[in-house]
Design a protein around this ligand. Structure first.
Ligand SMILES: [Zn+2]
Length: 216
């Protein structure tokens, strides 16, 4: 178990009048686990590295009943910032942008890669000076978030903040107001130096049918 134990007493109000809801950090983590979005075990990642935890936000976002309150919690610190546009990189960020924008009464856009370059397509436009929030499902290196920020700035939009459901970056700061629903410290290992391999734990490949531990 390598998640950071801090901030367990975190609570926040969600939703509109009459739909207030408080969730503790532990309750949020449990929902991620129940959805299979946060698995613990011994995983082979697409990078070839091994990890004791595997995160797949799409598995929690498949439930609108979770996506809406979680994104409302993510949006909460940006209420009052006059956010007009929420932008996320496709595909993982699209639902996050949509639900955060719902909470803030803003538009939801997404960027796509065209020949490797992050681009606003489909007629999406940001007018000069529009107050923009950039969101992601998971912040890992901050690379794609920075690219979305640059795309917004090319349109002369003002990036007011950055939000993600899960920050697993270990503390990257992107120079604007920043908020994450969860902070996780997920360690990766090279196969040669993996302590789980040394313990002889069976290796699972996320996304395959064997990914759910038996009985789990
Ligand atoms: Zn291993």
């Amino acid at each position: 178990m390598r998640r950071q134990p801090k901030r367990v007493n975190f609570t926040a109000k969600v939703g509109k009048e009459g739909r207030n809801k408080s969730l503790t950090l532990e309750e949020i983590l449990n929902i991620f686990r129940d959805c299979g979005a946060l698995l613990e075990g011994h995983f082979l990642l697409s990078s070839g590295l091994h990890s004791s935890q595997y995160l797949q936000c799409a598995l929690v976002l498949q439930y609108p009943a979770h996506a809406e309150p979680f994104c409302a919690l993510l949006a909460a610190p940006f209420q009052g910032e006059g956010i007009q546009v929420v932008v996320a990189p496709a595909l993982g960020g699209i639902i996050v942008a949509h639900e955060v924008a719902r909470a803030l009464g803003a538009r939801a856009l997404f960027t796509e890669r065209v020949e490797g370059r992050m681009t606003l397509r489909r007629g999406f436009q940001i007018s000069p000076g529009e107050r923009t929030l950039v969101v992601e499902d998971v912040l890992t290196t901050g690379g794609s978030t920075r690219e979305v920020m640059a795309t917004v700035e090319e349109q002369a939009g003002g990036v007011v903040g950055v939000g993600c459901l899960v920050d697993r970056s270990g503390g990257i700061h992107l120079g604007v107001k920043q908020h994450a629903l969860l902070h996780l410290n997920i360690l990766n290992y090279s196969p040669q130096a993996c302590p789980l391999c040394q313990e002889g734990k069976p290796l699972m490949k996320p996304g395959s049918r064997q990914v759910r531990p038996e009985g789990g």
